[in-house]
Structures are given as structure tokens and as C-alpha cells.
Design a protein around this ligand. Structure first.
Ligand code: 16G
Length: 240
């Protein structure tokens, strides 16, 4: 099992072994792995070395620790491509997952100067401010705060927004969605969002800010999507 004469460091060998046992589903998603003491006895290595391997796997997102309880096998992260202008609903359905939303806030407001500028609005032009928790198979994945110009979607209401916004835009409103500009940054979750996302309040999140335009060039949304960093990794293909 562990080859102490190998040039491969012991902690790397333990990591490989644990990964293998997760891959073979000997340790299943959501279940705990043996304690550090048990692993050190099983493998005949020091607890410190086991701890180092487990910590590395926690840091890479394969395992997670629950204070005072143990170490568990994490859900594999969703790999989200960054190069398509897709909606949350489309992304989840493409993976065979069931998307749903919870509407936290829906209000017609006067936007701040920055938001009005990004959405190319004149002074006093109103926006809908929509906050939705987005779920996949009933697990919270992201929280989205969206500003939508009222003049682009005059009859938007709380009921219509419950499904897919993009489906609504392309179906009911018969608009063509064109392109978007995105920015991404890392942050520690706010106290409020930690409750919505059901994560503890020191967790990392990935924030994507997207400004999207209809095919005719009119901006139709400014969105701040806060994703659970333990559930997502973002992928982009680049070319030279
Ligand atoms: C995605 C988009 C968001 C859009 C939403 C529409 C990112 C970063 N954001 O979450 O801009 O408003 O999808 O989803 O991808 P819906 O059609 O399911 O409401």
C-alpha cells in the first residue's frame, strides 16, 4: 500500500490512495472517511503525515471537514464553461439536474448612478431589482441579484420571474439575446448570503458580474451572481 522506499513522498501516496478509494466509491459522497488515527494505524504512517494529505484533499475540494464531527467526501464541483451566454436553467438542465429558484426580493427601484450607467439608463428610469436563490436538485448553488430595466420588460412581475428569465425574454418578449461582458472575483461570503447558500460564514464564494445585451445592443440585465466556491469551478478554452 504505502511504499516507504519510494521517491514519491508518503503524503502524496496517501492522497492517491484516498482518491482511489473515493473514485472506487469505497468512500461515498456525503459519507465520512476514517479518522486520522484510524488511517495512520491502517497505513502504518504518522498521524501528522495523514493530516497533511487530508488537508491537501480538503483544500482541493475533494473532502470537507465538519468541526468536531469528521471529514467527509464532497460533491464533485460543477464545471461551468465561461464561454457561452447560457442561463442557470439551461446549465442545470444540460447536466440532468433540476433547476429551481426562490424569490427573495422583487421591487421597482431607481437605480444607483453606477447601475444606471451600466444599463445605459437616463436619470429616473426605473429598474426591477430581483434577488433569487438558485437551486440544483434542491441544493443552493448561487444567489443572483439582477437589475432589469423596466422599459425593456414593462410587464415583468413576481410570477413571471419564477421560471427562467432567459426563456421569458426569448419566449414571451420575443427578444434576441446577444452578448455579455463578465467580471469574476473571489470573496468571503457575507453573513446574509451564508444563510441563503447554507454554508458557514467563513466560506469562499466566486462572484460573477454580468452585463448582458440584446442582439440590438440594448442592455437588458446587470447581474451579480454569487456562487458557492465549494460547488463550482469555471472552465474556459483559450487560444493563442
Ligand atoms: C445565469 C447568468 C445570469 C442570468 C441567469 C438567467 C451567469 C454568471 N449569470 O445565472 O446573468 O440572469 O443565468 O437564468 O452565468 P434563468 O434564465 O434560469 O433565470
Amino acid at each position: 500500500m504505502i511504499d516507504k522506499s519510494s521517491h514519491v513522498p508518503i503524503y502524496v501516496q496517501i492522497e492517491e490512495l484516498l482518491k482511489q478509494r473515493i473514485y472506487m466509491e469505497e468512500f461515498k459522497i456525503g459519507e465520512s472517511i476514517p479518522s486520522e488515527r484510524e488511517l495512520s494505524e491502517q497505513l502504518g504512517v504518522s498521524r501528522m503525515t495523514v493530516r497533511q494529505s487530508v488537508t491537501n484533499l480538503v483544500n482541493s475540494g475533494l473532502l470537507y471537514r465538519e468541526k468536531g464531527r469528521g471529514t467527509y467526501v464532497a460533491n464533485p464541483k460543477l464545471e461551468q464553461p465561461l464561454n457561452g451566454l447560457t442561463s442557470f436553467t439551461e446549465d442545470m438542465k444540460a447536466r440532468g439536474m433540476q433547476p429551481s429558484s426562490k424569490l427573495i426580493h422583487f421591487e421597482k427601484v431607481i437605480p444607483s448612478v453606477d447601475i444606471a450607467r451600466d444599463l445605459q439608463l437616463e436619470q429616473e428610469e426605473l429598474v426591477f431589482y430581483v434577488v433569487r436563490i438558485r437551486y440544483a436538485d434542491r441544493k443552493p448553488m448561487a444567489i443572483e441579484r439582477t437589475y432589469i430595466p423596466v422599459k425593456v420588460f414593462p410587464e415583468l412581475d413576481e410570477k413571471k420571474i419564477m421560471g427562467s428569465l432567459y426563456a421569458l425574454i426569448e419566449g414571451n418578449y420575443r427578444h434576441k439575446i446577444g452578448n455579455a461582458i463578465q467580471q469574476m472575483e473571489a470573496a468571503i461570503v457575507t453573513k446574509e448570503d451564508s444563510k441563503y447558500l447554507q454554508i458557514n460564514n467563513s466560506s469562499a464564494v466566486l462572484i460573477i458580474k454580468r452585463t448582458s445585451f440584446l442582439a440590438n445592443g440594448v442592455p437588458f440585465e446587470l447581474v451579480r451572481s454569487t456562487y458557492r466556491a465549494d460547488r463550482y469551478k469555471f472552465i474556459s478554452e483559450i487560444q493563442r
